[in-house]
Design a binder for this molecule. Structure first.
Ligand SMILES: N[C@@H](CCC(=O)N[C@@H](CS)C(=O)NCC(=O)O)C(=O)O
Length: 93
């Protein structure tokens, strides 16, 4: 469904859980605008039905931003805007 990042044999796909008035989300979104080669679909937890529940059930809390990383089906939920940016920066190369 989403373009994969291929890294050392591992395929990764990303989703960013966010909402627009969150300044920490805006920080990540500003970064994403600079790396268009990374495809990171946005999941708005206020406007998209079910997104907040999915974040809570998957990540354990509703704090945003949260990056959902899917590595060939193994899912990691990464909180903290600066961690998310550092992680994706490394992937962007
Ligand atoms: N240190 C975190 C702060 C994240 C944060 O405080 N997010 C707020 C929205 S701006 C939030 O989701 N608060 C509700 C909660 O933690 O459940 C980051 O940099 O990502």
């Amino acid at each position: 469904m989403y373009r994969n990042v291929y890294n050392g044999g591992m395929h990764e796909t990303y989703q960013l859980f966010k909402y627009d008035t969150c300044p920490f989300c805006q920080r990540v979104l500003r970064f994403l605008a600079q790396v268009p080669q990374l495809e990171v679909p946005l999941r708005d937890i206020y406007t998209e039905p079910g997104a907040m529940k999915e974040l809570l059930q998957g990540g354990g809390r509703t704090t945003v931003p949260c990056l959902r990383i899917d590595r060939d089906g193994e899912v990691q939920w990464m909180y903290e805007s600066l961690d998310i940016i550092a992680y994706l920066q490394a992937k962007a190369g």
